[in-house]
Ligand binder design. Structure first.
Ligand code: ATP
Ligand code: MG
Length: 268
């Protein structure tokens, strides 16, 4: 198993010492070739769990009272920082909802992508730049050689998101964590970006996909976890069938709400 989250608790302690429990006793597993979708209402703990896997939650305020996160047999929570930095990006790629959180406003996108390559691989500047341009093309950015010279703010939100996906995928990580990767995009661009992620994700890597959108999960995910109030309340190995006939009352409510939203956007 590539990723095994075992009995994980995620908590936050603020300056006054008050503790918020974001996730409790979460156990999930994910292997190569699988896409695990995590769904649940806002505040249910999805990001807290996903960001813990890449250890991207600042600690403090985050801490992990219990549990382990075994990535390829090693507990990420016990990993020394230099080792973590080495696997982040290289073996674990991350795509967030807000691309500007990962892109530096000060550097041209081609340079940022090339730097990411050179951080993890011993290649020349020219070779890294060539790879950057190649990936900008692969994620559907027109005229990639010219666009490589653009700064992030010169691109639309959809294009910025493509750049971030290129950055996350270009090192061919074993695990891709995508937290609401398309929520900020308009509907037609969402579909393009999702298709792109599905096409580009190598069949032997693993994807942890967090989204509010049940339609996206039933299309993309090979397995599913539903979170509520920090707990995993249901799991399924057949998301499409699961949403067609939800058993848990909470999941039934989620599905009803999703249908209602869909109808309001797209009246039948
Ligand atoms: N840095 C933080 N400090 C304190 N509490 C936090 C912090 N980040 C998250 N929380 C709390 O942890 C709980 C879970 O939040 P989390 O962001 O993991 O939920 P989520 O399911 O990703 O929600 P959303 O769908 O809105 O992104 C919430 O109660 C939230 O307020
Ligand atoms: Mg979140």
């Amino acid at each position: 198993m590539l990723l095994e989250i075992e009995n994980l608790d995620v908590s936050f302690r603020n300056d006054e010492g008050e503790v918020t429990d974001a996730a409790h006793d979460v156990s999930l597993s994910l292997d190569r070739g699988e896409v695990l979708g995590i769904v649940g209402e806002s505040g249910s703990g999805k990001s807290s769990v996903a960001m813990s896997v890449a250890r991207l939650l600042p600690s403090p305020p985050a801490f992990w009272p219990n549990g382990r996160i075994m990535f390829d047999g090693v507990d990420v929570l016990k990993m020394p920082l230099p080792e973590l930095r080495a696997i982040r990006g290289k073996r674990i790629g991350v795509v967030f909802q807000d691309p500007m959180g990962s892109l530096s406003p000060l550097h041209r996108i081609g340079d940022q992508l090339a730097e990411t390559v050179r951080l993890h691989e011993d290649v020349s500047k020219a070779a890294a730049h060539e790879r950057a341009v190649e990936w900008l093309g692969r994620v559907g950015i027109p005229d990639p050689a010219a666009r490589a010279r653009a700064y992030p703010h010169e691109l639309s939100g959809g294009m910025q998101q493509r750049v971030m996906i290129a950055m996350a995928l270009m090192l061919e990580p074993d695990l891709l964590i995508a937290d609401e990767p398309t929520t900020a995009l308009d509907v037609t661009i969402q579909a393009q970006v999702l298709r792109l992620m599905r096409d580009l994700w190598r069949g032997n890597s693993a994807v942890l996909l967090i989204t509010h959108d049940l339609g996206v999960v039933s299309q993309m995910a090979t397995k599913l976890a539903v979170m509520k109030n920090g707990h995993v309340i249901e799991t399924s190995n057949d998301p499409a069938a699961f949403f067609a006939a939800p058993s848990h009352p909470y999941t039934q409510a989620l599905v009803r709400e999703a249908r209602r939203m869909e109808l309001s956007v797209n009246p039948a």
